[in-house]
Design a protein around this ligand. Structure first.
Ligand SMILES: CC(C)(COP(=O)(O)OP(=O)(O)OC[C@H]1O[C@@H](n2cnc3c(N)ncnc32)[C@H](O)[C@@H]1OP(=O)(O)O)[C@@H](O)C(=O)NCCC(=O)NCCS
Length: 257
């Protein structure tokens, strides 16, 4: 590959056009590393020039945004520091009130221009530290979904049928992943391509989900197996006063005012 082709490939991974690249890099260089409320405030205003946002997005310092023109943020989306959003064609859409905690990665690695690619997240979701989503096949996440730390959602597989060729050169398959409303994926869960996780499901720590889970499943293990149905009161983890701190985050915020 010649140097000009290399440069072109690099720029396409960074931005949707050269003029946009210049504007984006200028704004992010000036403001990207600025800590404190001042940094948050200035980025909330200035980043609206480079990405699509309803209201003022809350963006901590050292957030990495590639192709920000393809990023859409709903009201009061929170991006913690070291979040990395790479929005190649298909883009990234994040609904109102959703939080991405430290080190979360949303990666639409769509150099092939797959029409189904993209990451689409509903309202009031929470992604724990170092959660990583790859969206080549399209990842569709509903409202109120919660992930623990280091959850992996990978809507892509490598073809490996030819043993005489590097796997990396054999292409990919990318079917897509759907995670419906009110799902909790506990720490270190892996969700592989082609899977739908039904509304209201719980997936235990460390599970690998490689088959669809019906709504309200509690599933654990590798591969993830349904062990109970959340709607069955006897089967559900009991909330006792000794063990449980009740309340939504919003309630706690209100109390601290
Ligand atoms: C999935 C989980 C919620 C289940 O809780 P629960 O409803 O109280 O279920 P129980 O503890 O009664 O376990 C039921 C069975 O599943 C097994 N099991 C529970 N969690 C498991 C897990 N993560 N992996 C494998 N097996 C698991 C138990 O050993 C038990 O098996 P048994 O009946 O043969 O003894 C819980 O075990 C878990 O994984 N929590 C995640 C913790 C976490 O990541 N917290 C970070 C906050 S996001």
């Amino acid at each position: 590959m010649g140097i000009l082709q290399e440069l072109n490939y690099y720029l396409k991974s960074q931005s949707t056009s050269i003029p946009r690249y210049v504007v984006e890099q200028s704004i992010m260089t000036l403001l990207g590393g600025l800590p404190s409320l001042v940094g948050v405030g200035l980025r909330g205003i200035a980043y609206k020039v480079i990405l699509q946002a309803d209201g003022l997005p809350i963006i901590e310092h050292n957030v990495r945004l590639l192709c920000p023109a393809n990023i859409k943020l709903g009201k009061q989306v929170y991006l913690d520091s070291q979040v990395y959003l790479h929005a190649l064609p298909g883009g990234i859409t994040i609904g109102e009130g959703t939080n991405l905690m430290h080190g979360t990665i949303f990666h639409v690695f769509n150099y092939r221009g797959l029409p189904q690619a993209g990451i689409f997240v509903g309202k009031n979701c929470f992604f724990g530290e170092y959660t990583c989503i790859r969206g080549q096949g399209g990842v569709h996440i509903g409202d109120g979904v919660y992930t623990g730390t280091q959850v992996q959602i990978a809507a892509v597989n490598h073809v490996y049928s030819d043993p005489d060729k590097y796997i990396k050169d054999q292409g990919i398959t990318a079917e897509g992943i759907t995670i419906e409303d009110d799902v909790w994926l506990a720490s270190n869960v892996v969700v592989v391509d082609g899977v739908t996780i039904g509304k209201g499901s719980v997936v235990g720590a460390g599970a690998v989900v490689n088959k669809n889970l019906p709504p309200y499943s509690v599933a654990v293990g590798i591969p993830a197996r349904v062990i109970k149905d959340r709607r069955n009161a006897d089967a559900v983890r009991k909330a006792t006063a000794a063990q449980v701190h009740y309340g939504a985050l919003e309630d706690m915020r209100n109390k601290s005012e």
